[in-house]
Design a protein around this ligand. Structure first.
Ligand SMILES: [Zn+2]
Length: 326
């Protein structure tokens, strides 16, 4: 990667990052009304939106939403970095719609201006669908406060119970670094890629051709629900002609990191130091003890895994935990 440094410093490269982000599948529809092919963005919120919704965003004022055209406007590097940092519509919506009641439907591409405006104001200006503890200082009783949002969420007179809503407590960034000595699934080699799953969410790396020691250095993001289980990791061999073959799997216990993060509080206020450890044991996939560290105000954990249910293979990851409940 470092050989491309020159390219990264060209002025056009920021725009390229923005285009790449826009091409991700969740950014191919408007974050607010699901209209296809959004060409606008709220640079401070970090969402891609359609023309109609951009009009509503603009009416909220730039202190709430700073609307820019993806194609026409000049973006500063900071604005682009902020978009990339949020990671796109699904991550932003995991926050801004974390408590979207099931009975409250989002606007659609043909919704009236009033319906659209009411939803967008509720979502970003009044922040009615945020986790309650983000709105008011930490209250665990989840949902009563959303009753007050009834008025503004047009088209829904009755709310279903909070059952079925997913409350996210944080975002897990997983840098898939490399694989070592992976299993052979084709004649001589394999075309491996890594799939990560938490609950209903799934993310995957690129396929690396004919390589048993692939280096991905690819960052994936997943939202973590309150009732989280382990992070499931699977390695597959990409096969053009038949179904992809599995090349092993492993589980990552997220509890040591998340409980340490909760215990220590805001990582920005902490010096670099270890705050916890996930210990290697005979019933987990760790190759060695995995320490949770504060590094530059971030909660990080390096994890080396021995793939299970396969003849060979190791995977190195770097996790970062971004809590949403501060
Ligand atoms: Zn829209």
């Amino acid at each position: 990667m470092s050989s491309f440094k020159y390219d990264e410093e060209k002025p056009s490269s920021g725009k390229k990052k923005l285009k790449e982000l826009l091409l991700k599948s969740d950014n191919r529809i408007c974050a607010d009304c699901s209209a296809p092919d959004p060409k606008w963005a709220s640079a401070n919120i970090g969402v891609f939106i359609c023309l109609k919704c951009s009009g509503v965003h603009r009416s909220l004022g730039t202190h709430i939403s700073k609307v820019l055209s993806v194609t026409l406007d000049e973006w500063t590097d900071d604005e682009i970095d902020a978009m990339v940092e949020v990671g796109g519509n699904s991550y932003a919506n995991a926050i801004y719609e974390a408590f979207l009641p099931q009975g409250c439907s989002k606007p659609n591409p043909d919704s009236s201006h009033e319906e659209r405006a009411s939803f967008i104001r509720s979502k970003y200006e009044l922040q009615e669908f945020l986790k309650p503890s983000l709105r008011i200082v930490s209250s665990k009783s989840s949902f009563q406060s959303c009753d007050s949002g009834k008025v503004s969420c047009s088209g829904s007179d009755s709310f279903k119970s909070s059952a079925g809503m997913i409350e996210f407590i944080g975002i897990l960034k997983v840098k898939v670094i490399k694989g070592t000595n992976l299993a052979i699934r084709d004649m001589l080699s394999s075309d491996p890629y890594v799939v990560l799953t938490i609950g209903q969410q799934r993310a995957q790396t690129a396929v690396i051709k004919s390589n048993l020691n692939p280096i991905w250095n690819e960052e994936l993001k997943l939202s973590v629900p309150r009732e989280y289980g382990p992070l499931q990791l699977q390695v597959f061999d990409h096969d053009m002609l038949s179904a992809d073959d599995i090349m092993g799997e492993a589980e990552v216990d997220l509890q040591p990191m998340i409980t340490a993060a909760m215990a220590f509080g805001d990582p920005d206020l902490l010096a670099d130091m270890p705050i916890g450890k996930w210990l290697k044991s005979h019933d987990n996939a760790l190759l060695k003890d995995s320490t949770i560290n504060i590094v530059d105000g971030k909660i990080k954990q390096e994890v080396s895994l021995k793939l299970q249910n396969v003849e060979s293979g190791e995977i190195d990851l770097e996790l970062e935990w971004i809590p949403l409940n501060q």
